[in-house]
Design a protein around this ligand. Structure first.
Ligand code: ASP
Length: 358
């Protein structure tokens, strides 16, 4: 399988026998940019020289295989087919490596992490995404720390020799977050990611302290990769003044199958007949409407009159799921399930720890 992909093999410690192999996929983003003195601007780093940029890697005894995408992209250009490609690579190399680290732009990292969490079922191995706010080639970069800690977490085993973190995560600054719980919250400081409705799975200080009770357990079923997503979905954020006419137009878009409705507070929306009627009509035409809150804490449909009406017409509660995890969950379920009742049930359930079951 290796022949299909152009990869660079790097052994971090030259003289001892390596017991951890990590597959690193560089997709693009700020983290991989290096300063080219001849051109006077930033260019993607050739990963053959990663040890020169991050000499600390020599202290680890890892076998790293780096696959740099032919054309590294800014993550604002990431599309669902990129998620499927990354998932396919992990599937293709799954048996050959102990862990996977994905270097990715920060802008859409939470979407990629969420999508991968659904596409890769019954993971026994870590898939850790990381990136940086400053390029790896600049002096004050956060890329080195993020990369080193992400690799260390990916390599961490439990007392039975199994991966300690068998799930898709984002490591950034000092936090290890469940991928489908993370959101980019900061574009200037190093603290780019937070997970408001789920505590960090680990915090990196002098030591890396894992919250083991929060980490998903090793699966009992075999690993599986789903290779379909349906992107006939949309996010609609409510605001006072949103016209029911505009909403009706959007909900009549041909092929539309699912909507993440970003509601107010604990899942509330206008309760007038016109607004509710537009949503009801869409649901009757088979469109899934998934209720996600605009604020932290999540949705409890029925707490207020303004969310009770949504529950009555068949709007599905997303609980405390993030919009990123909700839209990718819709794409995943609509792409892979055919029974509407099952889709509805799975939207309410937690598939990969993406929402809290109350
Ligand atoms: N625009 C960049 C990206 O998401 C920012 C970053 O890498 O942090 O690819």
């Amino acid at each position: 399988m290796l022949n299909y992909y152009p990869t660079t093999n790097i052994k971090t410690a030259a003289n001892s026998s390596t017991d951890t192999s990590i597959f690193v996929i560089y997709t693009g983003g700020t983290i991989g940019m290096d300063y080219d003195d001849t051109k006077n601007h930033l260019v993607p780093l050739d990963f053959k020289y990663i040890i020169d940029k991050v000499p600390e890697l020599k202290r680890f005894d890892f076998e790293l295989t780096v696959l740099a995408m032919n054309e590294p992209i800014d993550s604002s250009n990431v599309q669902p087919h990129h998620w499927l490609n990354i998932g396919r690579m992990i599937y293709d190399f799954y048996n050959d490596y102990d862990a996977f680290v994905i270097l990715h732009g920060t802008d859409t990292m939470a979407y990629t992490a969420s999508a991968l969490s659904y596409l890769l079922e019954n993971l026994e191995k870590p898939v850790i995404l990381t990136g940086a706010q400053l390029p790896i080639g600049v002096t004050r970069t956060d890329a080195r720390e993020n990369l080193i800690s992400a690799l260390e977490i990916a390599a961490c085993k439990d007392e039975n020799g199994k991966a300690l973190v068998p799930e898709v995560c984002i490591f950034f600054d000092d936090l290890l977050l469940r991928g489908n719980r993370a959101r980019k919250v900061q574009s200037f400081k190093f603290t780019a990611f937070k997970s408001q409705n789920c505590p960090p799975l680990a915090v990196a200080g002098i030591d890396i302290n894992y919250e083991r009770q929060l980490i998903l357990p090793q699966p009992s079923e075999p690993f599986w990769f789903y290779n379909k997503l349906d992107s006939n979905v949309i996010i609609i954020k409510l605001y006072p003044g949103l016209s029911s006419i505009y909403l009706a137009h959007i909900l009549h878009t041909p092929n539309l199958r699912g909507v993440v409705l970003e509601t107010f507070g604990s899942g509330n929306a206008p309760s007038d007949d016109e607004f509710v009627g537009v949503l009801k009509n869409a649901i009757e035409r088979g469109i899934f409407i998934y209720n996600v809150s605009q604020c932290n804490g999540g949705v409890v449909q029925g707490l207020y009159e303004t969310s009770k009406r949504l529950a009555e017409i068949g709007v599905i509660s997303g609980g405390d799921i993030t919009p990123e995890a909700a839209i990718t969950k819709l794409m995943f379920l609509l792409g892979n399930e055919h029974d509407n009742e099952l889709i509805k049930q799975k939207l309410e359930d937690s598939l990969r720890g993406e929402l809290t079951i109350r």
